[in-house]
Design a protein around this ligand. Sequence first.
Ligand code: HEC
Length: 104
Amino acid sequence: MKKIGLPLSICLPLVAAPAPAADVAAGKAMVESFCSACHGINGISASPAFPNLAGQKEDYLRNALTAYRDGTRKAPIMNNMVAGLADTDIANVAAYLASLKRCE
Ligand code: HEC
């Protein structure tokens, strides 16, 4: 009987994937589609009713968005806006907004 060799890769232990880096391009696309009407295309809002987000600290943005999504920070507009976002979406959006030049 012929011996069938197994591909080597099957014998190697699985290596845990490192946490993926935030995808800034995906964050940009999301901000342009869903957030720019209020927060501006470059994260600088045209209206005093909406905060500027450009250049805000990444951790702060991530925490704020997570709190809106989970309802621990209440602002009906934002609670609705981010209700369906996954942690990865929030991380991507936060990374993109943090990368923008802030208003001076
Ligand atoms: C319909 C208008 C509107 C849209 C669209 C909108 N926002 Fe907001 N956003 C607001 C308002 C109003 C506030 C202030 C709410 C408050 O008082 O907490 C806010 C607050 C925020 C804050 C907190 C800022 C701070 O200084 O604490 C973040 C972060 C934010 N929005 C991100 C986003 C993102 C990301 C999107 C797109 C997924 C988005 N917003 C879409 C109106 C909007």
